[in-house]
Ligand binder design. Structure first.
Ligand SMILES: [Zn+2]
Ligand SMILES: [Zn+2]
Length: 339
């Protein structure tokens, strides 16, 4: 079977073997695989820990083709499934350590990530799969990482008592993650202050349900005029975005970091006196759980949220699609179509 790989800063397509399914694993025939910004970070080696080469792709939809022993307890041959859970944790979690039991399987020391789903087949642990209803199209593959990551971040509003009617700033609102968060936060009754760059991206954010859509340079004044944001969701993968997200908060606001800037950008800093005067809650939100994926699939099936696909391409076009993502050449998400 054919698979995309990161190789020396670019994407190549290679011929490779399908991995035999082990206990509780299945082989999925991949229909579509989303192109996530973290795949691009891996290809470009933006993160200091990224290996120079390796498999890519961690958000996909396909059909279960073959079962390993025990997997019949979770799925059947022919089921159309979504896989990925944002890469981290979607490949395995133990289910019994303090982090798993507490609903944070990503932090499980035995967790395995999904990597290599941009391929004709992918072998995966069946308990991490969610079977799709017919109403969710194959092109919704980016829900598995982009959508789930945004949904889990928006859910943090509820867990921190940020209720309907509150002002939620979304930084990077028109991007691959932010465009889901704007739809979800607006659907849950929040008033969305979208921050992004460029008139077309701001118009896109307004179409998705943002009440205000502004450039970063105008965000502080807009937020100040409405008393500041009750929460900031920072999807922008830049330290400047982190800093701006903090500055937009009103007193006792909730800061949710999500985007992962290149390591060379350094750290996000907040002064002790800023902490003293603002009394913020600062949390991080990464990917999500299989239960959150089930909830998101249900929201997508009911039309509450959908992926905006700005580019589709074949496996052979993957290299070009990655270059376009790096250049910001399309809005929303890209999908590699292997059907
Ligand atoms: Zn565990
Ligand atoms: Zn991702």
């Amino acid at each position: 079977m054919r698979a995309a790989r990161a190789e020396g800063g670019a994407v190549v397509v290679v011929e490779t073997d399908t991995t035999e399914p082990g206990r509780d694993e299945v082989v999925v025939r991949i229909h579509t695989c989303g192109v996530c910004h973290s795949d691009l970070h891996l290809v470009k080696q933006d993160w200091s820990f990224a290996p120079p080469s390796g498999p890519i792709g961690h958000e996909a939809i396909g059909v279960v083709e073959r079962l390993g022993p025990g997997a019949e307890r979770f799925v059947s041959v022919g089921d159309r499934v979504i896989l990925g859970l944002g890469g981290a944790g979607g490949g395995y979690w133990c289910g019994s350590c303090e982090f798993c039991v507490d609903g944070h399987p990503r932090l499980c020391s035995r967790a395995k990530q999904v990597l290599g789903a941009m391929a004709e087949t992918y072998t995966i642990w069946a308990p991490a799969l969610v079977v799709l209803p017919g109403a969710v199209d194959d092109l919704e593959a980016p829900l598995a990482c982009g959508g789930l990551t945004a949904y889990s971040a928006v859910r943090k509003l509820t867990t921190h008592d940020i209720g309907p009617g509150s002002v939620v700033a979304v930084l990077g609102a028109a991007g691959g993650l932010g465009h889901y968060a704007v739809q979800l936060a607006a659907a849950f009754g929040h008033r969305v202050l979208a921050v992004d760059v460029g008139a077309d991206r701001l118009a896109f954010a307004r179409d998705l349900g943002a009440e205000w859509a502004v450039e970063p340079g105008d965000a502080a004044a807009t937020a100040a005029a409405i008393g500041g944001a009750h929460a900031s969701l920072v999807f922008a993968a830049s330290i400047a975005g982190y800093r701006l997200g903090f500055e937009l908060l009103r007193k006792r606001g909730l800061f949710v970091g999500v985007g992962l800037p290149a390591t060379e950008q350094g750290a996000f800093s907040v002064g002790p006196f800023e902490m003293f005067s603002k009394d913020p809650t600062i949390v991080f939100s990464a990917v999500g759980t299989v239960q959150e994926m089930r909830e998101l699939v249900d929201l997508a099936a009911r039309g509450v949220v959908r992926s905006h696909i700005g580019r589709t391409g074949s496996l052979d076009e993957a290299g070009a699609v990655f270059e376009e993502l790096a250049a910001g050449a399309y809005l929303g998400r890209a999908v590699i179509d292997l059907r």
